[in-house]
Design a binder for this molecule. Sequence first.
Ligand code: B12
Ligand code: SF4
Length: 516
Amino acid sequence: MDKPRVCFIIPPSPFLLDERVFVSLGILKVAGALEAHGYPVEVLDLSGVENFEDVAWRHARWESTNTYAITATTPQMPAARKVAEAIRCATTGEASLVKLILGGPHITLAAAAMKQEKPGLDGRLHGRGQKAFFDCAKIFDVTVAGDGEDAIVQAVEACELLRSGETFNAGMTGLHLDADDPKAERPLFLSKRRIEELPPPARHLVDLDSYNYTIDGVRATSLVAQLGCPFACSFCGGRASPMLRRARIRSTESVLAEIEHLHVTHGYCGFMFYDDEMNVNKELVTLLRGVIALQKKHSTEFRLRGFVKAELFTREQAEVMHEAGFRWLLTGFEAADPRILDNINKKATVEDNTRCVELAKAAGLKVKALMSIGHAGESPETIAAVKRWLLEVRPEDFDCTIITPYPGSPYYDEAIKAGDTWTYSAPKSGDRLHMDEVDYMQEADYYKGQIGGGYVSHVWTDHIAKNELIDLRDGLERDVRAELNIPFNQSRAAIRYEHSMGAPGPIPPNILRRSA
Ligand code: B12
Ligand code: SF4
């Protein structure tokens, strides 16, 4: 029997200033793995598509695809839900034939949060992680937590069984696959060896040219050389998810082969390493020496960007990075007050952070300082410390976000409910962070709005209210940018899919691409 066509969907992210900067590599890895199993696959890339529900509706109405596989981070969930509803609506009457799979960070983290569930002050389980998980399981027929590359084959097969009337999990209408459990009897969680065997992200299934990213004027794209970060910053998603916590470092050879392919086949000379923290990789210098050799081999010059962990940064790393083509370094310094850094469990001290900027600058690297406020114990004074530190170390760029406690982060998973409020307490200092209950299926938390309107805070502390956090963030951004002469980022207009309603018409190639 012919294998069914599977349509992978990247939902839009209207909360981003520009949605076509970085391709979602995870879903392309999954699509590539399924394609390698002989399935016809396609990707509906709704990034930046204003009327994305129309496109999803039309695809479901006119194309002969019964299996949709959607990816989503937490803030993409409202759009992913709308996509699912549009597909169901377009196929009313055939509803039992169309099956929807959900994978990606949100469901992975919701499943991890559910496993972590803690009782409230009343000693009862309030089931916040459980709710986040089942909110998804109610909409999608098959949910996949963790690595999707091997799990997708089982997920697609499960869709076939569901179509034939099979039920799973004692009464549940759908199925959950846990690919985030390395200890499972037959793990779908990928070992380092298995990662090496899998194909690279199926970039041929998206319109790479519609993604605009440059590093120092050089056309650039992103890749991931290292999966997972072993640290446990309290705001960071996935500290209880092996997929996001366990460092799985790809071999230098396979990373170099991917860079060479992107250079030779697509002409890229700019590469953004989207590793959580590049210098968690003990072989970083060896990898970068390989990148230097690659440029010599092709008589070209690359421009690179990536993130490093401040306290692990060394002079040698800085110098080899510059030689390899880095001109920018990105670091999540987050805070500039020792107590807040401790509450975050950042491990880096203020001195480590200052030293990191100095090492970078001495090696000719510009620094983008990533700061965040709204942590346990945050106060106007600790925010003033962020401003002072930025003006002291003078990064070439920075941004400052208000944190959002997403499922799967310690702030969310370890919070305890009292009344309508959830409160996280920093283990050592006891400093508290309070947060609203947010329905992540409905609300895409705006985290990078324009000054004076776009920003929302769902957190506050004993020393600072929500609105004050927003005002102080806006003021900090405005003052530091003015003082350091750093312009604001500009947003890009959305793509609008023009069509006449009711009639089938082709979906343009910057939105839909198929395997050959
Ligand atoms: C690159 C990156 C970005 C890029 C590109 C985003 C993207 N969608 O790829 C940019 C800069 C745009 C970005 C922005 C943001 N990001 Co970001 N980002 C990352 C980062 C560092 C790497 C992503 C990656 O490529 N990973 C490697 C691939 C292989 O993994 P993957 O994408 O998770 O995919 C695997 C599985 O999830 C699964 N899977 C994925 N899709 C599907 C689909 C199906 C059907 C199946 C079966 C399986 C499956 O299989 C894949 C292969 O194994 C991750 C951290 C991390 N280590 O993953 C954070 C991360 C995804 N980002 C995060 C966040 C919070 C954000 C922002 C909200 C901003 C912020 N405050 O940091 C925005 C939201 C953007 C958006 N569109 O939703 C969180 C997500 C938390 C959450 N609850 O969803 C992460 C996990 C960081 C963290 N540890 O907290 N991000
Ligand atoms: S913020 Fe960075 S260092 Fe901290 S846990 Fe997340 S990825 Fe690791």
